[in-house]
Design a protein. Structure first.
Length: 361
């Protein structure tokens, strides 16, 4: 029997979100029903609301969540009711060409629930990133629910489901930051600060935080930045070179995703350095660079999608680091809110007033 629950729905492009009652079915084969305890408000949800992802309205928003398993469908053997989980928007299929080559973090056919969640009139909802967790309950593929230590508070734990994992993984997995490296991070929001934390944990000797906002730079220091640069009045490329003996950083992470920040990142690398783009650009954006510089500077230009993570491997590790005091997930939680406050949380996020607003149910 379908479950009637409250949920946040984006009904049409650019319109304020609505709190509605929706129908969530019982789990079918390979699916699990999850009671959501907390869900972070992420920029990707705003992109969905604004139609920047696609036009598959209405959307059921929310994807950065922790909760407990209510029920499991036929064939699900590794989860049981009561399990405490973080939801992942990558659930490797095990069969695509990437999975078969031993690279499941690049899975090209990630699993989602097959049954739709709907409005009361039967209109199918498109769940954000295949999750839809701004809801009292949601339906996901079993592989999207990753068991973690129940000692982790849900407001913090849910954040590894997207933003923290994306930033941390951009540094540790995609960028390959190691002991003694110098790292520059452009943009000190939630993802950028997670990259700073990851670089610090990985043993970087210098982590340079770059932003236009002194408040965000103060936060970056709490997550492990050794130096800060306010690029509103300072050339960040020259500042990074000055802080690295004139050479540039070994790894640069662009957590903004704009042509101007990408160009800055390209030129603030050391020779043979790595540039990682993890900030999400608008589809219309383009970048132009001299081909001789691409050739002559060497190194690597990479994009990081979900921090190149394997949720079943990485989520428990990050939670262990949180519980041991090495990863300050609590520091990302600026405020906790109710389901009816998501639209105002979008305004705060757009204005840069929060690292994360977290819906608590």
């Amino acid at each position: 029997m379908p479950h009637e629950v409250r949920a946040v729905v984006a009904a049409k492009r650019g319109a304020p979100v609505e709190l509605q009652t929706i129908l969530v079915p019982d789990p079918g084969p390979g699916e699990v029903l999850v009671s959501v305890q907390a869900c972070g408000v992420c920029h990707t949800d705003l992109h969905y609301r604004d139609g920047a992802i696609n036009d598959a309205f209405p959307f059921l928003l929310g994807h950065e969540a922790a909760g407990t398993v209510d029920a499991v469908g036929p064939g699900v053997t590794d989860l049981a009711p009561g399990d405490y989980v973080v939801l992942a928007w990558r659930a490797p299929c095990g069969n695509c060409r990437s999975c078969r080559r031993g690279r499941p973090w690049y899975c090209f056919d990630s699993r989602n629930a097959t049954q739709p969640m709907t409005l009361l009139d039967g209109t199918p909802l498109t769940p954000a990133l295949g999750i839809g967790a701004f809801a009292e309950k949601t339906l996901v593929a079993a592989g999207q629910a990753v068991k973690i230590d129940p000692a982790a508070r849900p407001e913090a734990a849910g954040l590894i489901g997207c933003g923290v994992m994306a930033g941390y993984g951009a540094a540790v997995h995609t960028g390959g930051v190691g002991s003694g490296d110098t790292v520059a991070v452009i943009g000190c929001g939630g993802v950028g600060n997670a990259a700073i934390a990851g670089a610090s944990i990985a043993g970087a000797r210098r982590v340079i935080a770059i932003d236009l906002d002194d408040g965000k730079l103060d936060a970056a220091e709490r997550f492990g930045a050794t130096d800060t640069v306010n690029s509103r009045g300072t050339d960040p490329v020259e500042a990074v070179r000055s802080l690295t003996g004139g050479h540039g950083a070994d790894v640069v992470i662009d957590a903004v995703g704009r042509p101007e920040t990408y160009r800055q990142g390209f030129y603030m690398r050391d020779l043979a350095g790595t540039l990682v783009q993890v900030g999400v650009p608008d589809p219309e954006m383009k970048i132009e660079l001299p081909l001789i510089d691409l050739f002559g500077r060497g190194g690597a230009l990479k994009s990081s999608w979900y921090g190149d993570c394997l949720p079943s491997r990485d989520f428990p590790v990050l939670i262990d680091r949180y519980l041991s005091g090495r990863l300050d997930l609590d520091g990302f939680v600026t405020e906790t809110i109710g389901l009816d406050e998501v639209e105002s949380a979008f305004d705060k996020m757009r204005d840069g007033r929060v690292l994360r607003s977290v819906v608590v149910l």
